[in-house]
Design a protein around this ligand. Structure first.
Ligand code: ATP
Ligand code: MG
Length: 153
């Protein structure tokens, strides 16, 4: 059984940097490459901003819970808010031409690129939970940007 770290914060944008840093540090501790850890940090950042902004509507009395869970195979982060929930099947694709010049609507799209799995759960009357999961490559077989990056020639 790996490590588990849990944070509970009021809905303040000022806390986003702190969570971002914790996520990146824990990912590094879990032996992810620097670039993977960076991506995990960014995915968690987007999820936390959404939880504060869209979920809890910036209401500082509502909390956001972030749970980091690591085992030998993967790193999993759960971000929970106390908001009304939303229809995640209906979110716009930022690559579509009509959305190309919108300055928002990219967070979920980025999350899906930064980690291996993004899932949403509706917690009946208790908000939304976003699950972000990244698989840990066995040592010495790191993927893109990893320590054992393959060289040509
Ligand atoms: N936790 C949440 N609770 C309620 N609605 C959410 C939540 N997360 C996302 N949404 C909804 O999904 C939409 C898409 O989220 P996404 O992060 O992709 O874009 P954005 O937050 O609008 O803009 P950006 O992240 O690019 O600044 C949001 O505009 C919001 O309507
Ligand atoms: Mg967003």
């Amino acid at each position: 059984m790996g490590r588990r770290v849990k944070l509970k914060l009021g809905s303040r944008i000022a806390y986003v940097d702190l969570v971002h840093e914790v996520a990146e540090d824990l990912a590094r501790d879990a032996h992810f490459s620097k670039s993977d850890a960076l991506n995990i940090g960014l995915a968690v950042r987007e999820a936390v901003i959404n939880a504060i902004k869209h979920g809890n509507a910036m209401d500082e009395t509502k909390s956001v819970e972030i749970e980091f869970e690591e085992n030998e195979k993967s790193f999993r982060v759960r971000v929970r808010d106390q908001g009304p929930g939303f229809d995640w099947e209906q979110t716009a694709d930022p690559r579509e031409e009509r959305n190309m010049f919108r300055s928002s609507g990219r967070g979920i799209f980025f999350m899906k690129h930064f980690v291996d799995r993004v899932a949403f759960l509706r917690r009946r009357g208790r908000g939304t939970e976003v699950i972000l999961e990244k698989r840990l490559q066995p040592a010495g077989r790191q993927g893109r940007g990893g320590a054992m990056k393959r060289r040509k020639g």
